[in-house]
Ligand binder design. Sequence first.
Ligand code: NAD
Length: 237
Amino acid sequence: MQALVTGGAQGIGYKIVESLINDGFSITIFDINPETLNKAKASFGCEVFEIDVSIESDVKEAISQLQSLDVLINNAGIWKPEPLDTLDIDIQKTVWETNVIGTLNCTKYALPILEQSDSSCVINLTSAASRTNSPGLGMYAASKAAIETLTRQWSLELAPIRVNAVGPGMVITEGTASNYEGKALELRSNAVPLKRVGDTSDIAQVVSFLASPKSRYITGQVIFVDGGVTAGAPGHN
Ligand SMILES: NC(=O)c1ccc[n+]([C@@H]2O[C@H](COP(=O)([O-])OP(=O)(O)OC[C@H]3O[C@@H](n4cnc5c(N)ncnc54)[C@H](O)[C@@H]3O)[C@@H](O)[C@H]2O)c1
């Protein structure tokens, strides 16, 4: 079985790669960062392509080199929090281009080879931010809401290819580490109903489940893996 993980050179994507290798998958990684990509190649011995998923021609060319594909994980994502009154439109366009257009590019060009597999699926990474409505997130939460809508739409359009999404809450990665410095880790942990922030394996094992036949009757779903953050307001004792 063959899986493609975008943004798999670090963070949640890296753990997804490790988890899927343990499940017996051969892996291809698409990532924009050559240093971390080479480290991942050395660690896992997998196939890697240094590309920006938002560039259609590069995605098309890289996917044309794949022999087969059973699972596509659209994980590459960026966030650029800025308040509306001072935000830079060009910066926010990069969030949309990476998160939404990157997911669109990879899914469109992977489709012909996913269709050749007997049992294929697409797993998109969304975020609890799409539901929690924090101020100052620029286009990030909106981009993830778009990914959730596309997940449901494609589950109908591409069936029997299954299409689901996984929505992490707060997870410490290379990309988010600065949010947890000093007292912030304790404050953020206490804001989670399960009283801890997530780690990358919390997310990767749900992705593994969705990539496996154990989830064969699940499609069009968004599964939040967030310690309860999107369940509602915590009670007051
Ligand atoms: N960490 C969290 O708390 C959290 C919470 C909710 C959702 N998510 C989502 O999970 C996914 C992974 O997050 P993370 O924390 O591991 O991020 P990260 O920044 O640690 O890693 C992201 C990876 O994607 C790659 N990437 C970025 N832009 C790219 C592009 N245009 N083309 C190809 N590769 C690109 C980066 O080089 C990096 O390897 C993202 O979609 C993010 O929105 C993360």
